[in-house]
Design a protein around this ligand. Structure first.
Ligand SMILES: *[C@@H]1O[C@H](CO)[C@@H](O)[C@H](O)[C@H]1NC(C)=O
Ligand SMILES: *[C@@H]1O[C@H](CO)[C@@H](O)[C@H](O)[C@H]1NC(C)=O
Ligand SMILES: *[C@@H]1O[C@H](CO)[C@@H](O)[C@H](O)[C@H]1NC(C)=O
Ligand SMILES: *[C@@H]1O[C@H](CO)[C@@H](O)[C@H](O)[C@H]1NC(C)=O
Ligand SMILES: *[C@@H]1O[C@H](CO)[C@@H](O)[C@H](O)[C@H]1NC(C)=O
Ligand SMILES: *[C@@H]1O[C@H](CO)[C@@H](O)[C@H](O)[C@H]1NC(C)=O
Length: 475
């Protein structure tokens, strides 16, 4: 099955994820709700394999001076690692731990690709060496700006945080409403966030923000972070060069170094004409037929219906959503993946932070498949990512293809138009996705030589060896 397979033998490739990113028009975003959620509960109650002794989240308040008053213009969450790679024998999740991202993924990639066993043994030996080296040089002593801890972080332009100015507005607004209310920005209830952000350890006022430039803001932020946490490298994840190149460029200008982290698949929607040809693709048509074929055995339900039926986090649907997600992601490769709790699913559903679509088995009244996606605007482009995907792998119906069809349908519903792509004949590409390299940008200039070393090494290995191999094999 396509979705279980990592796309390559190189260490930086993701496990699965359908339609990683969909570029869309006509939908609003509400990413701040994740921050609200993360400030409300201990992180390991939401994602059960977060090691809160190794990592924590803090919020930095950015304010500017207006008429001699300090006005908050936004909050930036950062995750901060102590630098311990293992705690109580467990790794932290890969979205917090660069060590885990590079080393453990590497091992899993080796396991699940059919590679000659001598090569596997040899490579494992090399990975072991790197492993010790990365531990010794404290690769994991890092802090990550804007980290949602999901497989993909989405961003506003940082200065667009202005759009989220603290005013009263519908944080309980119905998801469909705000998705259709394209031009409306989602504003925030100040009473709420201020009381919740009592958890904040850090206030920061940027007096120089009267005319905010990205450059300035990022460099001020970096200056602040490196002075406050002089032992930590500073990092931003999930920066693909199709959508976030302005951030990548800004960061590079102020001394960050972009290091490829994985390959993702994007659907570009900006050209309306291309929808026709994509919809004519055979696989897309076939997937859609499947939904029709199974329409008597399955019902597709979204947030509204789910919310009507679900009153607490112990409802069987919540449990089933978690179970089918786990069935796909946890188990053999559990070290690599994020274990969402029932609380996480319940809260993101109840507050419409994530838009869920479930495939409900009519006969058994059980959820056999689930997708969960959310949207964020960057430079007038709506970007969608789908952090939750799961289905009952022991069911014979082609649930994965049905789910991916639902995702495409929703994208179309929200005026998404797919860019036709050429390239390797893999699942996503046959459905209009095109690959992009995703980077983590890292700032290490303030660190001593031995701490910069592992990053320089990773940079060399990945940029000059892994990426050319990937590109050559179209992995
Ligand atoms: C604004 O913030 C600066 C820096 O923290 C502080 O010195 C100043 O007193 C603040 N001004 C007001 C009006 O709160
Ligand atoms: C936009 O949101 C408002 C308030 O929730 C709602 O009444 C209206 O119908 C929405 N407009 C669209 C086009 O969905
Ligand atoms: C942050 O700012 C608030 C309000 O200005 C203040 O009450 C609080 O003590 C500050 N916290 C820190 C850690 O400076
Ligand atoms: C925003 O997007 C437009 C159109 O895609 C592009 O021309 C422009 O350069 C982008 N702005 C920035 C700051 O990258
Ligand atoms: C479609 O994708 C291809 C390859 O990624 C790109 O070269 C082209 O500019 C895109 N077309 C549109 C209209 O976005
Ligand atoms: C998967 O489906 C089978 C029936 O085919 C059912 O017995 C089982 O409980 C389901 N597992 C999950 C995790 O939903």
């Amino acid at each position: 099955m396509v979705q279980k397979k990592c796309s390559t033998l190189i260490l930086l490739i993701p496990l699965n994820q359908i339609a990683q990113l969909v570029v869309m028009k006509g939908a609003a975003d509400r990413i701040l709700d994740f921050f609200e959620l993360y400030s409300k509960y201990p992180l390991n109650q939401l994602i059960s394999n977060i090691d809160v002794e190794s990592s924590q989240m803090q919020f930095i308040r950015i304010s500017k001076q207006v008429d001699s008053k300090n006005v908050t213009i936004g909050y930036v969450p950062i995750t901060i690692n102590t630098g311990n790679v293992k705690h109580n024998g467990n790794y932290n999740i890969f979205t917090l731990s660069p060590y885990h991202h590079y080393i453990s993924y590497g091992r899993v990639e080796l396991e699940i690709n059919n590679i000659n066993k001598w090569i596997v043994q040899f490579t494992n030996l090399i990975i072991d060496l790197f492993s010790y080296f990365f531990i010794w040089t404290k690769l994991d002593k890092t802090l990550i700006i804007g980290n949602l801890m999901l497989s993909t972080n989405l961003y506003n332009n940082l200065y667009n945080i202005k759009n989220n100015l603290l005013e009263n507005s519908g944080s309980t607004m119905n998801q469909d409403d705000f998705l259709n209310n394209g031009t409306q920005s989602i504003l925030y209830n100040s009473g709420n966030i201020d009381s919740q952000l009592k958890l904040m350890n850090t206030n920061y006022t940027l007096e120089s923000l009267n005319q905010i430039e990205d450059n300035e803001l990022y460099s001020e932020l970096t200056k602040f972070l490196t002075s406050k946490f002089p032992q930590h490298s500073v990092m931003m994840r999930s920066l693909n060069d199709k959508i976030y190149s302005p951030i990548l460029n800004t960061l590079s200008k102020i001394g960050y170094c972009p290091i490829p982290s994985r390959m993702i698949y994007t659907l570009n929607t900006l050209d309306k004409d291309t929808i026709q040809s994509t919809l004519k693709k055979r696989d897309v048509k076939d997937d859609k037929k499947l939904l029709n074929k199974y329409k008597n055995s399955y019902t597709i339900i979204g947030n509204n219906e789910l919310r009507e039926k679900i009153n607490d986090m112990n409802h069987k649907y919540i449990e089933q959503m978690v179970n089918v997600y786990n069935m796909l992601y946890i188990g053999k490769y559990s070290e690599c993946n994020i274990q969402f709790s029932k609380l996480f699913v319940y809260e993101t559903l109840k507050n419409n932070i994530i838009n869920y679509k479930c495939i409900l088995n009519n006969e058994r009244d059980e959820i056999d498949g689930v997708i969960g996606y959310f949207i964020k605007t960057f430079n007038n482009t709506r970007v969608m990512t789908c952090p939750v995907l799961g289905y009952n792998t022991s069911v014979s119906a082609p649930l994965y293809r049905m789910l991916s069809s639902i995702l495409l349908q929703d994208a179309i519903h929200f005026n998404v138009f797919f860019n036709q792509s050429s390239g390797a004949s893999i699942f996503k590409m046959n459905r209009g996705c095109s690959p992009a390299v995703e980077y983590s940008s890292i700032y290490i200039k303030h660190l001593p030589f031995y701490r910069r070393l592992p990053w320089s090494l990773l940079n060399t290995l990945i940029n000059y060896i892994a990426v050319p191999i990937m590109e050559h094999y179209k992995l």
